[in-house]
Design a protein around this ligand. Structure first.
Ligand code: NAP
Length: 319
């Protein structure tokens, strides 16, 4: 029998159609209700709850879910909003959407890298202000990427997707993971067991790791001070991996050339210090927001829930 699922957000139309066709689905676009009585009424009798990263699925919520709920499916690959230990303790399966959004997010990282290097924020402001006076050799001179060293923190699915694309721009790839990749996966990239040793060597840093206790606040004042003054910083991972005050000060003082950011701590109320910096190129967390990725993310969850319903472990079940 089809799984019954409560979807706690609005889906693109075609994705919603697929959910309605293939699952027994109820939509609660206002988000997961948090009061005990609302939560019970909303999810009572359902097999699965479908969430997005802004919804915190913490130990408290998991402990209050009715026994019928056997799965939490998140429309994301990131899992930092879900207490995985508590889910395991309650026997609740967690599904996410790996692989299907890798290309979209890797493309966004390249957009941010180019936007930061080529001073996109200032360029867009100048032309839209209608005050541009014409081509000048000294106007908005940015940095090139060719022959530069790109450091990737988190050389997983998305990190490797970024590496492939950056190589096409003539960049040399350096990376840190907690575990070194196999030579096949490395494809010539240089590994650093110590991320700090990488920071002083590279010309650009892309954050592509998950937000965990060990990556929270990773890019702080001390690490920023190890980087070149001409360095670029790109974050497509999670905002809280950066200490905002430290990055804002470094950008304002010219100790870092520019940043490209898709994600922020406390979204959507990002640190206001970012808004007026000319050398930050910002996007509102649109990393995976393509027609193709959104569709495949939906299909990945639908297929995962269908497999769970038929007693088969889906490949996108988080272990
Ligand atoms: P993934 O395949 O699991 O890759 C994550 C990589 O990070 C792994 O290679 C992992 O390797 C490494 N890592 C883990 N802890 C680390 C640490 N302390 N220091 C350095 N590297 C570490 O995940 P993915 O699919 O590439 O996604 C990565 C993240 O991107 C997600 O968790 C999510 O937060 C973010 N994301 C953002 C968007 C967006 O819209 N902007 C969209 C999708 C995903 P080791 O375990 O060997 O260290």
């Amino acid at each position: 029998m089809a799984y019954s699922a409560v979807v706690t957000f609005e889906l693109p139309e075609e994705v919603e159609r697929q959910f309605r066709e293939r699952l027994n689905v109820k939509f609660l676009p206002s988000g997961l209700p948090l009061s005990p009585s609302d939560l019970d009424a909303a999810v009572s009798g359902c097999d699965a709850i479908v969430v997005t990263p802004p919804t915190q699925v913490d130990a408290e919520i998991l402990s209050r879910l009715p026994a019928s709920v056997k799965a939490i499916a998140t429309y994301s690959v990131g899992l930092d909003h879900i207490d995985l230990e508590a889910a395991q303790k309650h026997g609740i399966a967690v599904l996410n959407t790996p692989d299907v959004l890798t290309d979209a997010v890797a493309e966004t990282a390249i957009l941010l890298l180019l936007g930061a290097a080529r001073r996109a924020t200032e360029s867009i402001s100048l032309i839209r202000s209608r005050t541009w006076t014409g081509w000048k050799p000294k106007q908005l001179v940015g940095l090139g990427l060719s022959d530069k060293k790109l450091g990737i923190l988190g050389m997983g699915r998305i990190g490797r997707g970024i590496a492939h694309r950056a190589k096409a721009f003539g960049m040399e790839i350096h990376y840190h993971n907690t575990r070194r990749l196999t030579p096949d996966q490395e494809e010539g990239a240089q590994y650093y067991a110590d991320p700090n040793a990488m920071l002083s060597v590279i010309d650009a840093l892309v954050l592509a790791c998950p937000l965990t206790p060990s990556t929270r606040g990773f890019l702080d004042e001390r690490r920023l001070s190890l980087m070149k003054q001409t360095a670029l910083i790109v974050n497509i991972a999670r905002g809280a991996i950066i200490e905002d005050e430290a990055l804002i000060n470094a950008l304002r003082d010219g100790r870092i050339f520019a940043a490209g950011l898709d994600v922020f701590a406390n979204e959507p109320r990002l640190d206001p210090g970012y808004y007026d910096l000319p050398n930050v190129f910002m996007l509102p967390h649109i990393g995976s927001s393509t027609v193709e990725a959104r569709m495949m993310m939906g299909m990945s969850l639908i297929e995962g829930l269908e497999r769970l319903a038929s007693g088969v472990n889906p490949p996108n079940r988080v272990t």
